[in-house]
Design a protein around this ligand. Structure first.
Ligand code: M6R
Length: 393
């Protein structure tokens, strides 16, 4: 039931804070236990005692983490974008080299086998033909190999009863439930949370991060659902009104860097699939290598500019776009001085630790795509030529 919402997509966008809460509740120790971990961690630091058990419970055999050399991820579409955020987390937090492949490409050009690899299939439907076939192929080619090459297959999905779950021995059920809108929103969000938990669990086991940093990220993760609610409340009307300005727009550019580059890709995909507007997501630093030639006053540029390691770089890339007369829309905290100085419009996002920022920055982009498409009177939940699960190659 859509209840008060005009479309399932809008309802599912608004369900996201609850989805994050449910996922954290399912796999993470309660807050009070985290606090006591912190205390015992302090004393452990002092007395250099053994490390405490991980506060994250994914039921992945810890033996999988021991000699782990590589993670490979197979996915399509929006799940592929979530996997790119996952790569960033697995590399930057857990220190594991990670490759992300389009399942449709990996089927015909698999990466050479490497030992001690976890292979992850990510799919909201659990039925995407390419993702299933590439996982089956991976399993097959590791069958007769030496023990260190044995397949360690993991699935990330919200459909624990799907074909994916039958194919792989372990899944992380993201707890997002069934999604109706063809454009993935809440399932993407839940995939992101699964990747945070996985990367932090590996980091815990392999001690690649100071425990105090790890606990700080977990604590901030707990705050995120409330910040998501605040964002939805602050931005919904504003973005609905802003959408009026793009009735005649034919092209959009989305820019991001670092952990928010995949969010630029996701913002562009959401817009094209439901509004049929041509949109491209680009790493902001790549603009000058080609796409800047597209810019003029008719092409809005959405730049994700969250405070952190690449903030100044993104601002300077955005200024380059502005110098070509592009209308500049910032996805950023409203309080930043550049919000007023540099951008024509700002989709305000609460200030958070950069590592968690994709959870928030994707929401205004989902709303922007939704309101532009809804305003054009399009069939938001069932866009032309698309299906909710792609069970053919
Ligand atoms: O069910 P999956 O997550 O495997 O689906 C993959 C893509 O088909 C899917 O993400 C598609 O790109 C969506 N319509 C995006 O909103």
């Amino acid at each position: 039931e859509k209840h008060v919402f005009k479309h399932f997509m809008l309802k599912e966008i608004h369900e996201q804070p609850g989805v994050v809460r449910d996922c954290l509740q399912a796999y993470l120790d309660a807050e009070c236990e985290l606090e006591s971990e912190k205390i015992s961690e302090k004393s452990a630091e002092k007395s250099s005692e053994k490390k405490t058990p991980s506060p994250i419970h994914l039921s992945i055999p810890s033996s999988w983490y021991q000699d782990l050399e590589q993670i490979e991820i197979l996915a399509c579409g929006t799940s592929w974008h979530a996997s790119l955020v996952g790569k960033y987390l697995l590399e930057q937090l857990a220190g594991i080299p990670t490759i992300v492949q389009y399942a449709s490409e990996a089927r015909y050009a698999p990466t050479p086998l490497r030992p001690n690899t976890i292979t992850i299939g990510v799919t909201q439907s659990g039925e995407t033909a390419d993702t299933l076939a590439s996982l089956a192929m991976e399993q097959h080619r590791r069958v007769n190999a030496r023990p260190e090459y044995a397949a360690k297959l993991l699935g990330i999905t919200n459909r624990p009863e799907s074909s994916l779950a039958q194919l792989v021995p372990h899944i992380i059920d993201t707890r997002a439930g069934i999604e109706i809108g063809v454009a993935a929103t809440k399932t993407f969000m839940a995939q992101l949370i699964a990747f945070y938990l996985l990367a932090l669990d590996i980091a815990w086991h392999r001690q690649t991060l100071p425990q105090s940093r790890l606990l700080e990220i977990l604590k901030d993760l707990r705050q995120i659902p409330a910040q998501m609610e605040q964002l939805l409340q602050d931005q919904e009307k504003h973005i609905e009104e802003l959408a009026h300005d793009f009735n005649e727009t034919h092209d959009f550019i989305f820019l991001g860097r670092g952990i928010n580059f995949p969010i630029a890709l996701e913002g562009a995909l959401k817009l094209k699939e439901i509004s049929y507007i041509h949109a491209e997501g680009y790493p902001a630093g790549e603009m000058k290598h080609g796409p800047i030639a597209l810019l003029d006053e008719k092409v809005p540029v959405v730049a994700i500019a969250m405070p952190g390691s690449v903030y100044e770089k993104v601002i300077s890339n955005a200024q380059e776009a502005k110098a070509r007369d592009a209308r500049l829309i910032g996805v950023m905290p409203k309080e930043e001085p550049e919000a007023k100085e540099t951008f024509n419009d700002v989709l305000g996002v609460p200030c958070v630790d950069e590592i968690l920022s994709p959870i928030l920055t994707v929401i205004p982009l989902q709303l922007l795509a939704y309101h532009i498409a809804a305003r054009r009177g399009l069939d938001v939940d069932q866009p032309r030529n698309l299906a909710k699960s792609v069970t053919v190659e």
